[in-house]
Ligand binder design. Sequence first.
Ligand SMILES: [Zn+2]
Length: 335
Amino acid sequence: MARRSCQPAATTTKILECRYRACISCGGRMWHDYNNFRRVRTLKGVVQLHLKIRRCPDPQCDRFRVPYRPEAEGQWALPQHEFGLDVIVLVGALRHQQHRSVPEIHQHLQQCQVQVSERTVSNLLARYDELLAVKLGDSERIAAMVGKQQRVILALDGLQPDVGHEVLWVMRDCLSGEILLAKTLLSATSADLSALLLQVKQALMVPVVAVVSDGQQSIRKAVATALPEAAHGLCQFHYLREAAKQIYDADRHAKKELKKRVRGVRAIERSVTDSPGEMGEVVQGYCQAVRAALTDDGRPPLDAAGLRLHERLEAIEHSLGRVEQTQNLPNRSPD
Ligand SMILES: [Zn+2]
């Protein structure tokens, strides 16, 4: 499609990394080899995609120097396309669900700040219809492509133009970038999704070795049911952030409770300041150790402050226990 005006400038940049970094063929580490840049017009503005491409460096491997692109790329746009998949999905929904005409859709996109000509809207609508027409079993091209690579890494995305609209589920292969199946569903229960996954699995002549998704509960269940043998790679950052919130809250609470138990440390310190001597020094040393432990904040989310305080207090307690044994001191009071 010839372009009359030049592409608008990007408003944001998005860096995309590969989620799978081990070579799917030999299991060795794929190196970050080079970058690609793509500018995509989406409903949220013009996005510059910075793609970090990896390749297997092993000359013995059948995927030696075969590029592996970030899995999320296909979520943004179809291969070689300058409009976002979200724009295409909106165009399709406006046409087929709301029965709007091409000029009406054109107007709607302009209101959404998407710079587009009316002729391009017709092209986008054609892309949408092509997308939904992909029939796995009939496509010799897809069969030849996945046959050559002997396996598929399946990415699964649900695109919803707006609340209340149908969700377009797109399944694609991350190794070839091919769309394998696209289907609109009114609901997205795990049963609906696992039926779609089974459809893909049965039509492919090669195994689905891994799945990439955003890890919604319904998707996870569907993958576990339909593709139990496939690894399910979830976005590490997403998961760490989600998991860390609960861990952070629990840890903060634990630290507060631990602090209550050593509240008396200042009183003990004061009581020995007027009694110099060996014993006074020892007690002061322990008090300092307790105070230092209390001010050590750790680094959330991976280095939890409460757990660290617990470890340090435990070490102090063990040390006190040893002193008791060797010096035959009178027993400490329980608090
Ligand atoms: Zn390899």
